[in-house]
Design a protein around this ligand. Structure first.
Ligand code: CMP
Length: 139
């Protein structure tokens, strides 16, 4: 994956609350091209591995439980400056602190159930995209 790409998930809260369409519209209206996408559900093992960097955090168990409780949409997005621009589009981790018009301000419930994931670096975007998609699923 090149550095003009980022990785996202629409999390189980946002899927269950019927926000897939609204969130994809925000993403594509902001100029991101979808180069890979799937509707899927993480196993416990998947979530533990994906979030391994957080395993010592007090919320790790809650995070794994949340991320495995229902389907998600995972996607790789392409745009100049993708990682930074996508994090601006989704807003702060805690929706109470997210700017007006950001995806988390519009669709997230709280700091745990915060509607969407966005990679925090080019390196992690590559790792996370490869975790969810094989080469032939990326266009
Ligand atoms: P994200 O930044 O996509 O990846 C780490 C996730 O952990 C974060 O979104 C939230 O879903 C969750 N998280 C972060 N901080 C907390 C917290 N204080 N309590 C519960 N969950 C959290």
């Amino acid at each position: 994956m090149t550095t003009n790409r980022t990785f996202t998930m629409i999390k189980p809260d946002a899927v269950a609350n019927g926000h897939i369409g609204g969130i994809l519209d925000k993403i594509t209206s902001a100029g991101f091209k979808i180069v890979a996408m799937k509707y899927t559900q993480l196993s416990r093992r998947d979530a533990q591995e994906f979030y391994a960097v957080h395993r010592e955090r007090p919320f790790f168990g809650e995070l794994v439980q949340f991320m495995t409780r229902g389907p998600i949409v995972s996607a790789i997005l392409e745009k100049d400056n993708a990682v930074e621009d996508f994090r601006a589009l989704i807003g702060a981790t805690n929706p109470a602190e997210a700017a007006e018009g950001t995806i988390r301000k519009m669709y997230a419930t709280d700091i745990a159930e915060n509607a969407v994931h966005g990679s925090d670096s080019d390196e992690n975007a590559t790792i996370e995209g490869a975790f969810h998609f094989s080469g032939r699923e990326i266009y």
